[in-house]
Design a protein around this ligand. Structure first.
Ligand code: NAI
Length: 333
């Protein structure tokens, strides 16, 4: 058994955290030999609800879970954390414009970035789930200058999982037979789910997904739009946003970052752009990455078709607009 690590979950009284916390306590993310101390951050008005979550965590009776601290104080929450799940964010309310949402979130992620900078481990792995996740991650890293920028990531794994499941369903195979589908760009409806480099294992052997599907029209339109609008479809049916699947995806993202990816396989993560594939630098953009020894590398050399290029431009333009709006808010402060 290793020594326990401190792990913080923000938005800990919310619905994603409710599913995520079990995975963390059960060892599905950091492994069966890694005990954890949980730091649960929420806003003061939610501390009552949070105390119920703490009771349930206790009642799980799971040996990997050591200390649990519920708090509304970012300093206490971020102390010596090795991994941070930033789930809590200001939800979009009726009539709220995107810039109002950004303004509310800029403030939250500034405070949390500063607290991470002062109190977290310098090798902390930060996963931002709360929306707008990519731009929130950018802001957070900006306010944590002593932590390497590559330690800040945004979640597009739910989109990847949705895309993988949709392709498996179309091809009539088990979901784990489909690999290397990519989510490019923003975790928003401009994201580009790209199956052109994906592979599928069939009874006859491994094939490129485009050849197995044999319908580029479907891959370029219906498939892309279904994934882009999947979050909205869940909200319309459930009257609440995706939570069980979002929590599973957050666990997948952090587990792969912690443990690594298999040879020849990649996963999608929102990471600070280094200019790969002609994407502007200094936005948090979802790329395919390989991970080894806790470090990810953007997969290089994939071909980009004209259709793909136009979609990458749309989503990178949106991220540049979000960054400009966030900077506007910050300059007014
Ligand atoms: P929720 O509303 O159930 O929970 C959010 C929690 O965050 C609440 O308990 C709230 O009090 C807390 N919170 C608000 N401000 C906070 C702050 N400053 N510090 C700490 N906690 C704070 O929401 P849910 O369903 O758990 O979703 C959380 C976020 O995740 C939302 O922004 C949602 O849009 C986003 N999301 C992202 C996905 C992705 O793929 N990146 C997928 C699904 C949801």
């Amino acid at each position: 058994m290793s020594d326990p690590i401190n792990v913080v979950v923000t938005g800990a009284a919310g619905q994603i955290a409710y599913s995520l916390l079990y995975q963390l306590a059960a060892g599905s993310v950091f492994g069966p030999n890694q005990p954890i101390n949980l730091r649960l951050l929420d806003i003061p008005v939610m501390l009552g609800v949070l105390s119920g979550v703490v009771m349930e965590l206790e009642d799980l009776a799971l040996p990997l879970l050591r200390e649990v601290i519920p708090t509304a104080d970012p300093v206490e929450a971020f102390k010596d954390v090795a991994a941070a799940f930033l789930v809590g964010a200001m939800p979009r309310k009726e009539g709220m414009e995107r810039k109002d949402l950004l303004a509310a979130n800029v403030e939250i992620f500034k405070v949390q970035g500063e607290a991470l900078d002062k109190h977290a481990r310098k090798d902390v792995k930060v996963l931002v789930v709360g929306n707008p996740a990519n731009t929130n991650a950018l802001i957070c890293s900006h306010y944590a200058p002593t932590i390497p920028k590559q330690n800040f990531t945004a979640m597009t794994r739910l989109d990847q999982n949705r895309a993988q499941a949709a392709l498996a369903s179309r091809l009539g195979v088990q979901v784990d037979k489909v690999k290397n589908v990519i989510i490019w760009g923003n975790h928003s409806s401009t994201q580009y789910p790209d199956a052109s480099h994906a592979i599928v294992t069939l009874k006859s052997g491994t094939k490129p997904v485009p050849a197995a599907v044999n319908n580029n029209g479907w891959l370029d339109t219906t498939f892309v739009e279904t994934i882009q609008k999947r979050g909205a479809a869940v909200i319309s049916a459930r009257k609440m946003s995706s939570a069980m699947s979002a929590a599973k995806a957050a666990g997948d993202h952090m587990r792969d970052w912690w443990m690594g990816t298999k040879p020849g396989e990649w996963v999608s993560m929102g990471v600070l752009s280094d200019g790969s594939y002609g994407i502007p630098k200094d936005i948090v953009f979802s790329f395919p990455v390989n991970i080894q020894n806790g470090q990810y590398k953007i997969v290089q050399g994939l071909s980009i078709s004209d259709v793909a290029r136009s979609k990458l431009t749309v989503t990178s333009n949106e991220l540049q607009e979000e960054r400009a709006e966030a900077n506007n808010v910050l300059q007014k402060k």
